[in-house]
Design a protein around this ligand. Sequence first.
Ligand SMILES: C[S@@+](CC[C@H](N)C(=O)[O-])C[C@H]1O[C@@H](n2cnc3c(N)ncnc32)[C@H](O)[C@@H]1O
Length: 279
Amino acid sequence: MTLQKADFDAIYDQPDPRAYFSTLEQLDYTIPQHGADVFAQLLRMHAADDNHRPKILDLCCSYGVVATLLKTDLDIGDIYAHYRDPATAPLSSEQLAAADQHLLLEHHRPGAPHVVGLDVARHAVDYAVATGALDAGIVENLELNDPSPQLIAQLSDVSLITTTGGVGYVTHRTFDRLLEVTSGSVWVAAFCLRTYDYQRIAETLRTHGLHTERATRTFPQRRFTGPQEQQWAVSQVRSRGVDPAGKEADGFYHAELYLSRPSAEVDARPLAQLLPELF
Ligand SMILES: C[S@@+](CC[C@H](N)C(=O)[O-])C[C@H]1O[C@@H](n2cnc3c(N)ncnc32)[C@H](O)[C@@H]1O
């Protein structure tokens, strides 16, 4: 028996997100909400400007869940309830996308950011663009290839790169390629499971002039699928010298928040001052 993280590839690229949300709701998957709450605060600090909407790149955006949370007054519980609603069951994927577009407009938050999504899952990205969750969606794999001219054009005025649930699928290679073509003032906010080491990504960001800090509080991501996945996660965190007590040992993956900013900005206002509630 091989111990490893559960494989959710089958739900990542469906014509609509029903399988994604129904599967993950059962595991109390909440990391997109934690992410959106922190990203919204960071946007207010970094990209506050009454004259233009702040622009973010959401890496591993999937069906646009973080974008939906950032752009509407819906929370993750509302999203789960929406896809669980028996009224949505008979809808085709096209009809569901139209219903979601309506829902997003109804719940639109004034001053919502402009969100560009990047993922390898074509159907998921197309769905998120159709509903309006994403203002633009790009399907590329920066683990393997340099960004296309289309992606480069989208990245030049991005203030914040975000990711939840992405690290592990993407590595320093993706971040390196993104930072080659973003402006020097971009911030990178990444939630990374404690089972993975963010060090190599932080070192890569350092070569682009960004200094990385980590919040001390952790964020529950989801419950384990079963004892084998838990065993894997507990041994992973232990092998990294991290204590699983009260977190993975209690049945949940936990993620950490890493924020990377230009060094002068970190010196002027460290993360513990920027977001003291995370310490
Ligand atoms: C766990 S999901 C996270 C989705 C979303 N951010 C969330 O918080 O719910 C991981 C996502 O990473 C995407 N992914 C996997 N490999 C990737 C790659 N090389 N580049 C971009 N996205 C990738 C998958 O298609 C999937 O949508």
